[in-house]
Design a binder for this molecule. Structure first.
Ligand code: HCA
Ligand code: CU
Length: 398
């Protein structure tokens, strides 16, 4: 498995620009590219310069920024397109052509033999130009497997640096992706890139399966934005790999994920989903008393991602009927209130009763706690007699 040395090709500025709400000005593109570079992605993929005059200028501008990340642009498999791409000064050109019968019939009309012939001209030219060359087959998952391998083996022999598997319609399952990439790994010497759409929610799992099978590069975009409902999200891929071993993603500046997600969400006018990997507002919140108690004792009980590693903090929700007295005790301590365990338990019962009627805000819970501020005598007893830390003995109800 190539998890130890995988690279991210972030395509927010190519695939992401295909998201229905995306319209990026040059300045905004430069901001995204600079943030991605600071985060540490190895590659930044840019919209083809053939799309429009401004796309060509933007491609040139970003390729000229002198970023640490390599810049790539994306083109059809056509000599005139790749010449324009090379001229922008990018470090690499990502060539793509459809291989499924759908795309061969309804898109470009070429047979597999014709695809290989066109690829030959394009790749031969690119290899004289001191750029990284990637060749990918659009709609790989609905292509005939033998056709695919024939194309990959041919372009591999021509000397491309990377071949790309593209699940263009998000139809693949992790097992299918694994098998396809595993077989490809045995057949080609080039690096292998995976690009997966998220139509059925498998984009992260599929990218991970590709890595397990020997892929070396994964395409992502910030928040997963792209055509339709998008592709593998950058944060989701990072979360998935981190969960195997945080050291595998320590090469990235993880606290910048939140800034990237926030910046892109504002630019494309969508909220960060509540359940987003790492940066969703509920990603590190705990509610049930049993969870809260255990997390307060040791966060690893219910957290596989450490919020601190992403510059974030956890939140224990206490204003609910599911709360427990350890969580209420923790809040009282945070507020510097001296309350003994008997009082904390009484307040917990009150919180549960009130929360049975309506939702409680943190302010309302804080008010209840403050009203019960112990007398001096009780406070002394609390200091001396009752441990302030979370107890492990008595079980919470929920
Ligand atoms: C698209 C093209 C692409 C290309 C992927 C790649 C896809 O349909 O817009 O270059 O590997 O999903 O097939 O994004
Ligand atoms: Cu795509």
């Amino acid at each position: 498995m190539s998890l130890e040395k995988f690279a991210i090709i972030d395509s927010t500025l190519r695939e992401g620009e295909q998201f229905v709400n995306a319209f990026f000005t040059t300045e905004q593109k430069i901001r995204i590219a600079t943030l991605l570079d600071a985060f540490g992605v190895e590659y930044i993929e840019l919209t083809t310069p053939c799309a429009s005059p401004q796309s060509e200028k933007d491609c040139r501008a970003i390729a000229g920024l002198g970023l640490r990340a390599k810049t790539l642009t994306h083109t059809r498999c056509a000599l005139e397109d790749v010449k324009i791409a090379v001229d922008t000064g990018v470090d690499g050109v990502d060539v793509v052509i459809g291989t499924s019968s759908y795309l061969r019939k309804f898109s470009h009309g070429k047979s597999i033999v014709e695809i290989i012939e066109t690829a030959q001209d394009v790749i031969e030219y690119l290899l004289t130009q001191d750029v990284e060359v990637r060749f990918s087959t659009e709609d790989s998952l609905r292509s005939n497997a033998e056709d695919l391998y024939q194309v990959y083996e041919a372009v591999d022999q021509m000397g491309v640096h990377r071949v790309g598997v593209a699940d263009t319609v998000g139809i693949g399952t992790p097992r299918q992706i694994y098998d396809l990439v595993k077989e490809l790994r045995a057949r080609v010497k080039a690096d292998i890139e995976f690009h997966g759409h998220n139509d059925t929610g498998c984009a992260i799992a599929n990218a991970f399966a590709a890595l397990e099978a020997g892929a070396t590069h994964v395409d992502t975009s910030v928040l997963g934005i792209g055509e339709r409902n998008g592709i593998t999200p950058l944060g989701g891929l990072v979360a998935r790999v981190y969960a195997v071993n945080p050291a595998l993603v320590s090469k990235y500046h993880l606290p910048l994920l939140l800034h990237l997600d926030q910046a892109v969400s504002r630019l494309v006018n969508v909220d960060i989903p509540f359940n987003n990997y790492i940066t969703g507002f509920a990603a590190f919140t705990h509610k049930a008393g049993i969870h809260a108690k255990a997390v307060l004792n040791n966060p690893s009980t219910y957290e596989i991602l450490r919020p601190e590693d992403f510059g974030l903090s956890r939140y224990i929700h206490i204003g609910s009927r599911l709360t427990g007295w350890n969580a209420i005790r923790y809040r009282a301590d945070q507020l510097g209130l001296k309350l003994n365990n008997r009082e904390i338990k009484e307040i917990t019962e009150q919180v549960k009763m009130l929360a049975d009627q309506q939702q409680l805000t943190l302010d309302e819970v804080d008010r209840l706690l403050s009203m019960h501020q112990a007398t001096d005598e009780e406070a002394i007893a609390a200091e001396v007699g009752d441990p302030q830390s979370v107890e492990t003995g008595e079980q919470e109800t929920l």
